[in-house]
Design a protein around this ligand. Structure first.
Ligand code: ADP
Ligand code: MG
Length: 566
């Protein structure tokens, strides 16, 4: 029978490294790329004659720094004007400019021409590479995949990742959170020996993100995420930056020259610092030595682990904050956590492990799953379970996940956030908010949709304006509607309206990444009368916002054995 069924793969699309795995021959196999490496750099390079993805791209980075793109995951689904995008840009050797709708565009020279790419384009090239890697290994075309995202990714980042996967020719059968995938990997590994339910904390510290999740796993293999907290901007890359800054200062002190304007030197320095950082996880001192770093001058420094820890003290303490918050959200204390599982390359740092262990009063941390591969491993299990090509070996396995950010509407007439779906609600889910007209004979109601935890919408992330139109003329307060929030199993939000009295449904808005700037939105709101705004939105709505029918969210049919339990 094996060989006939379609393979579904698991892909961990990482900030720096990506990993692909498949369930084959009764177990998960991590798929090596054509260079034999089990992880592939999430790098894309453009030259005059070709484009390169993965190892090929990273290997030529020193020669071609301005046309070698990485960190697309730090850009995906974000606005150009986001503070973190503005900050990141300062460190990148490639150019990013503002495109239409505040979208960041990456500018490179390719085949003798200037070209612009979105972060989705770059991610889809990496995903395409992972698909090809899998196809070469399996010996068949591969379409179906489970793709992972950081638990803290917001709606637009998830949408953009899904879009990138589709462009790469992949059908995303499920998008799951990285820590959940790591827990699946860990859970399967340990399942045989479990007789009681276990609460497992996943601490995933990668290059660009930190995700902390608390899951409960029962003996029959049900994984339930209790809480998930994270920092989309904390990881190994930040530790590298601290080292680079230190070295730039060292160079200035020793040679009286500032190399901070030399992008090639900075790139080489960063590369050397990253390697040194890895060595410092095992050694207490290491050398950084670079020939002809700047203006023919060599650079040498002896770096101690103590120095590394001192430079990054603030970041390391920041790594513990989400852990405390996650416990609080899950209403658990440290004594109810059975296992603390390390994932992500940066979880190998001894100081991080020590702080974590101290918090858990000396508890042994679980290191049994390779931190670089755990996420792809878990994704492959979920892929096999959903596509049913695991020959019944994963019977009973089910996944219960939660939404990471609160979703809600702005209360009519003021900037107060009214939460419709609270953070950590189990998904898929549907929740409603009732609304009515504020004026006599109002024919449209415009409702701004936000995500975030602040009580004021001014500090939350604006997603879209949802407009109910064609309201029959009536005195104010007579019309009655529900705004229905549906989050599907991939964590993607769809909003529709339902007439309270007739039950009739109006168009559904899939929140897309193509949004107006939040600043512009706030300005326009101040300038315009509410009724005028409704009118404008009504017109816009007709052309661009209604994308599908309200019933489409109930589309997912899963294999009979593996259901998302509700
Ligand atoms: P991501 O998922 O964000 O791409 P990974 O989980 O692949 O990240 O982790 C990559 C990060 O882990 C990089 O910053 C890398 O330098 C760091 N890393 C890998 N190995 C080690 C190590 N031995 N010690 C410290 N950091 C490491
Ligand atoms: Mg990762």
């Amino acid at each position: 029978m094996e060989g006939k069924e379609e393979h579904a793969i698991g892909i961990d699309l990482g900030t720096t490294y990506s990993c692909v795995a498949v369930w084959q021959h009764g177990r998960v196999e991590i798929i090596p790329n054509e260079q034999g490496n089990r992880t592939t750099p999430s790098y894309v390079a453009f030259t005059d004659s070709e484009s390169l993805v993965g190892d090929g791209a990273i290997n030529q980075v020193a020669r071609n720094p301005t046309n070698t793109v990485f960190d697309a995951k730090r850009l995906i689904g974000r606005r150009f004007s986001d503070t973190c995008v503005q900050n990141d840009m300062k460190l990148w050797p490639f150019k990013v400019i503002e495109g239409s709708s505040d979208k960041p565009m990456i500018v490179v020279h390719h085949m003798g021409q200037e070209k612009q790419y979105t972060a989705e384009d770059i991610s889809s090239m990496v995903l395409g590479k992972m698909r090809e890697t899998a196809e070469a290994y399996i010996g068949k075309t591969v379409k179906n995949a489970v793709v992972t995202v950081p638990a803290y990714f917001n709606n637009s980042q998830r949408e953009a990742t899904k879009h990138a996967s589709a462009t790469a020719g992949l059908n995303v059968i499920h998008m799951i959170n990285e820590p959940t995938a790591a827990a699946i990997a860990y859970g399967l590994d340990k399942k045989a020996g479990w007789y009681n339910n276990r609460n497992v904390m996943i601490f995933d510290l990668g290059d660009g993100t930190l995700d902390v999740s608390l899951l409960s796993i029962n003996t029959s293999g049900v994984f339930e995420v209790k809480a998930t907290v994270g920092d989309t901007h904390l990881g190994g890359g930040d530790f590298d930056s601290k080292m680079v800054n230190f070295c730039v200062e060292e160079f200035k002190r020793k040679h009286n020259v500032d190399l901070s304007g030399n992008s090639k030197a900075l790139r080489r320095l960063r590369h050397a610092c990253e390697k040194a950082k890895r060595r410092l996880s095992y050694a207490t001192v290491t050398d950084i030595e670079i020939e002809c770093l700047h203006q023919g001058t060599d650079f040498f420094v002896s770096f101690t682990r103590a120095k590394f820890e001192e430079l990054n003290k603030g970041f390391f303490i920041k790594c513990i904050e989400p852990v405390v918050k996650c416990l609080k959200d899950a209403k658990m204390d440290i004594s109810s956590v059975h296992d603390v599982v390390l994932a992500g390359g940066s979880s190998r740092i001894p100081k991080v492990q020590q702080l974590l262990q101290d918090l858990f009063k000396g508890k042994q941390l679980c290191k049994s799953v390779n931190p670089d591969e755990a996420v792809a491993y878990g994704a492959a299990i979920q892929a096999a379970a959903l596509s049913g090509n695991e020959n019944g070996m994963l019977q009973g396995f089910a996944l219960l996940d939660v939404t990471p950010l609160s979703l809600g509407v702005e209360t009519q007439g003021c900037n107060v956030m009214y939460v419709v779906i609270p953070r950590n609600t189990r998904i898929p889910t549907t929740m409603k908010r009732s609304i009515t007209t504020l004026y006599d004979y109002q024919t449209a109601i415009s409702t701004p949709i936000f995500e975030g935890e602040s009580p004021t919408t001014l500090e939350n992330n604006f997603l879209a304006d949802f407009v109910i139109c064609n309201i029959p003329p009536a005195p104010k307060g007579v019309a009655g509607y529900y705004i229905c929030f549906d989050i599907d199993a991939d964590g993607i939000l769809c909003i529709s309206a339902e007439n309270k009295f007739t039950g009739e449904k109006q168009g559904c808005t899939i929140i897309s990444t193509n949004k107006i700037k939040q600043e512009e939105f706030k300005k326009s709101k101040r300038k315009l009368d509410r009724r005028e705004l409704s009118k404008i939105n009504q017109e816009e709505n007709v052309t661009s916002k209604i994308k599908c029918k309200a019933t489409e969210t109930s589309k997912r049919t899963l294999d009979g054995r593996v259901k998302h339990a509700r």
